[in-house]
Ligand binder design. Structure first.
Ligand SMILES: [Zn+2]
Length: 57
């Protein structure tokens, strides 16, 4: 699971105890399964404008 370079200050990948990778919002620790879902969250909840282009695709 690759996090785009310009979202790396907002998101990180964490592997849980079942070896499932999640994308975690660094700001509020909410978990996501896709970059797109995480980008939508960053844009709508935290107002991160660089996330918008990933939320649309
Ligand atoms: Zn968040």
């Amino acid at each position: 699971m690759e996090i785009p370079q310009d979202l790396k200050s907002y998101l990180q990948v964490e592997v849980d105890q079942w070896d499932v990778a999640h994308i975690v919002c660094i700001k509020c620790k909410k978990r996501f399964f896709t970059v797109r879902d995480a980008a939508i969250h960053l844009y709508r909840v935290h107002g991160v404008k660089v996330a918008q282009k990933y939320a649309e695709t």
